[in-house]
Write a protein that binds this ligand. Sequence first.
Ligand code: GLA
Length: 614
Amino acid sequence: MPHMSPRPLRPVLASLLAAAFAAAPAGAAGLQPTGQFSVPAAAYVATPPMGWNPWNAFRTEVTEAKILAVADTLKQSGLADAGYRYVDIDDGWWLRRRADGRIEVRTSMFPSAAMADGQTSLRPLVDRLHALDLKAGLYTDIGRNACSQAWDAHSPNLPVGSVAEREIGSLEFQEQDMRLFFGEWNIDLLKVDACGLADFGPAKAAVKAGQFRALAPLMVRAHPERSDEGKVEGLYASLAKAIATVRPLGDYVLSICTWGEASVADWGRRQGNAWRTSADISATWASMLRNFDSAEQRALYAGPGHWNDPDMLEIGNGEFDAAHLTQARAHLSLWAMLSAPLILGADLTRMPQELIDIARNADVVAVDQDPAGNQAITLMRDGDTQVLAKTLAEPGAVAVALVNRGERPAGVSLPLARLRLGAQAGVTVRDLWTHQSRALAGDAIAMTLAPHETALLLVKGQAAPAQYLDRMPASVNVAEDGRAALGRTLPAGWVPARVDAAPSGAALTVGGKRHQDGIGVLDNSRLEVRLDQPYSRFLATAGVLDESRAAARRHAISYRVYGDGKLLLEKRSAAPVQLNVPVAGVRILELVAADSQKAAGPVALAWADARLEH
Ligand code: GLA
């Protein structure tokens, strides 16, 4: 498998910056080639952020003393050395917004914030964290009010004062707040929640009672069609811009927290470095799997600088405590395969050593932090078992997770051929939890897994002569996803572009033939593919998926392949077409499927067996 080390990130920033705050490309204009890999979000969070957040353990009872005790534990336990360095403050830190707009800190919880001149400042705490070689994260809301004000009405730590004083969210204060947080206080990460846009509509009892100013919801949970995705994205875009004017690019994390709503998983990468793909996690096996699934289909949306975020780790809590080490290992394995942010959420000062050891397993953390930034893809799913593969930066190296989601022991067998390595001879398998080699079972990797067990394996072999696009998702950017041309929201559960499946989730079947590998997209879409290696040819079968309506299958689709902005090949056909295009010297390949006819519903296509040959 070719070496896929990411391009040096900082040099590309300048070109990305111009695009960073531009409006999303829409419709036909978005089908024009750019000759660039234009993930427009800031691209400097080269690997997923790692650290700790107090929410799962303490909710709004987030005192400075607790935070410093955890910071100390991160240092003493070796977790900081393993990479867990962001120490976040979540909801509950604020007291009120003053008449001049400045937010006051609740000094009863953060005594070091009380300044001699009567001001409050989180700078002393941030400085202490920095002195420990840790990083500081803070929390705000993109609306006027925060989640605790909607959901933790009995918390003693809610903002106080008049309606206006309790508006501690960033709406209408973006520039002032970002100057305070990133300039004066010098924070490194900002988590930006969104209850302010969802939970303070005129019908809410607390709003009717005059406790909060009404804001017609821009987001309606579980109803993307009733959410104003464009406005929500626009607010995050202007916040990102406000941060960029305060902070030199390259050293902060913007974490978007709209819980998967307002189609954030489709646009989050344009505005932030990580975006939540689901509702809040809780410390149960079922919740962990639900959150895992919310990100798992979205490999094409993640890569260096922009990560799907299935929420914090529950290791140490509930069904992931010391009585559930198998589940704790599985949880970390799955997050590492997703290239998810690894943000611990338990009270680390009371975390048993076995769980600390799980969290700091260097081999597992290395899978999460692999510099290629590829999110794992699912190779097999059979009942409760699932097999995931993640292409690593080292040529010929793949992380493989064998997962038993169910309550009974289960056998799993993965034919080596599915890994698409160069040769089956000489393949080695190392178990990253037992740290031992595993023998192959003939030409397969086979194991019996305990209930809820995940085996995480490092498989090494020879690099293959062809690189399949589905195995290099960090090098594919969904530049135009086709939704704009469709003019309405997609059916629930659809993903505009995904690996090895149609947007609907169905198999990639084109002209009666089922393809295991490929990329499923909507029509009127454009993919950008970054070629980090020299390749000679691009090959694929392109066609409308059999699941599309018969009428759609009679549409002539124009399939276009561009190399560095120049048209290399165009084929217009209603039937599937074979593509075989020379790409020597090309750095950016673009794949456009354009359909000028107005279809009644979504038309889904495949770039099946899409691959690059050396
Ligand atoms: C939301 C977020 C949580 C947490 C709380 C704080 O629910 O999703 O992660 O930040 O708000 O109130």
